[in-house]
Write a protein that binds this ligand. Structure first.
Ligand code: LLP
Length: 429
């Protein structure tokens, strides 16, 4: 059930009119529904609890890393999948513990590894032999033991956009499944490594169970071979990746996903870990934007809005579809001259700066109208930038009749601050 709906032709998120948010905080602005995040979380959590399996849900911080959202998830029992030192600090800032963190990513720096070891994170998800050796070396100098799992690349096609497919042998991610055993044996021989798990993440916005189940099959083969070598794991982590409905996709629900995964792992004693991101936050968020101008060039009608690709880059990067609706629902049909609908575009100086281009939107709109770009609670703000020297926008969290500003709009002063020349930072050759 969506908590973004019309009441008397005015769009609300939960019990809050979006017009009121625009009046108070301005546009562009991300707005999130707290109850939707909680509902999405519980869909996974309750299903896993009912399965009787031991489990852990490590929310993928990259999807939406606002510390207020992380805090909400931590309160509901989340662990966290991070991919940088920055994300580690965000998780700590939300009040969660280092023991709730798994650290993935192909390029962990020595400084990030050292910090994670000092904090005592739950597990390093290792993506190469070189990384394994580096982690062992750093752990040795600190006299610590690093808990690890290998991220295995199972060579499974996720049938999703090429940029977000991560589990085939052409991708940079994980270790080749044919080399996994050798790497585990190498890890076993190292003094400062403790093997605790196995993990795989094959991609994002996956809309059928088959790729997930094929990946698990590959992991089960490896787990069995490891047992024969006396390597006993504590957990199997199957990553994130479950898709949502942006337009007409029909992905499995979290309940269906959990039930299929648990069925596949019914004979396994391992703790089941998952790392959902998108399916927890995407449909909880929208980007509120104002129409600046209407413009016709050639045969195209454009609505130019005050949000841009720097605020939401998914359409530019992946040609992704997002539903766009008017905050005040028009009672009249579209004037004849606009019958083909509008391309919705931003002010940035690139033709890729669009929210809708090929698929025109049949909206009866004029300058000054408010629009809501839907389903962008995941990979929306977290991928935003300052391109064209645009301050990143505000974020607001709504709970029932209450709205809280959870990120202030950036100021131009903040943007220019780091560019002030300073003798302190000068060097000569
Ligand atoms: N675990 C790992 C190791 C990941 O790399 C990712 C996402 C996840 C979990 C969470 O996947 P999810 O449940 O959100 O699908 N920017 C792209 C998505 C990139 C996903 C990267 N990895 C987009 O906007 O579609």
């Amino acid at each position: 059930m969506s908590l973004i709906s019309y009441k008397n032709h005015e769009l609300y998120i939960e019990e809050m009119p979006l017009q009121r948010i625009a009046d108070e905080y301005g546009t562009p602005c991300y707005v999130y529904s707290k109850q939707t995040i909680a509902t999405n979380w519980h869909a996974y959590y309750d299903a896993l609890q009912q399965s009787g399996h031991a489990f852990k849900i490590n929310y993928a911080v990259k999807a939406n890393s606002n510390i207020n959202i992380l805090k909400l998830l931590a309160q509901m029992g989340a662990g966290f999948d991070v991919v940088s030192g920055g994300e580690i600090e965000r998780v700590l800032a939300c009040g969660a513990k280092a023991k709730d963190i798994v650290f993935a990513g192909v390029g962990k720096t020595s400084a990030e590894i050292a910090r994670a070891l000092d904090l005592g994170i739950y597990s390093f998800h290792i993506e190469s032999e070189a990384e394994l050796l580096r982690i062992n070396d750093i752990a040795q100098t600190k006299n610590k033991i690093a808990p690890i799992a290998f991220r295995v690349n199972p060579n499974v096609a996720a049938n999703t956009h090429a940029y977000i497919s991560t589990g085939t042998k052409e991708n940079k991610f994980g270790v080749d499944y044919t080399k996994a055993i050798d790497l585990y044996l190498l890890a076993k021989s190292l003094s400062n490594i403790k093997i605790i798990g196995i993990t795989s993440h094959i991609g994002s916005q996956i809309t059928s169970m088959d790729p997930f189940l094929s990946a698990i099959d590959q992991l089960l083969v490896i787990i069995e071979q490891l047992q024969q070598h006396g390597i006993i794991l504590e957990y199997i982590d199957i990553g994130g990746g479950l898709g949502i409905r942006y337009k007409d996709e029909t992905p499995p629900t979290p309940q269906e996903y959990v039930s299929a995964v648990c069925n596949k792992l019914k004979d396994s004693k391992l703790e089941i870990h998952i790392e959902p991101g998108r399916s927890i936050v995407a449909n909880a968020g929208l980007l509120l934007t104002t129409v600046e101008y209407l413009k016709t060039t050639g045969s195209n009608h454009f609505a130019i809005v005050d949000a841009a690709m720097n605020d939401l880059m998914r359409p530019a990067l992946y040609q992704s579809y997002h539903d766009i609706v008017a905050v005040h629902e028009s009672q009249q049909s579209l004037p004849e001259k606009y019958a083909q609908g509008f391309a919705i575009v931003g002010p940035i100086c690139e033709s890729g700066d669009f929210f809708a281009l090929q698929i025109k939107r049949l909206l009866n709109i004029k300058s000054g109208d408010l629009l809501a770009i839907k389903d962008c609670g995941a990979y929306g703000f977290s991928m935003s930038s300052n391109y064209n020297t645009r301050p990143r926008c505000a974020e607001v969290l709504v709970n029932g009749t209450q709205a809280t500003l959870i990120r202030r709009r950036e100021t131009l002063e903040q943007l220019l601050e780091n560019e002030q020349p300073h003798d302190k930072y000068a060097i000569s050759s």
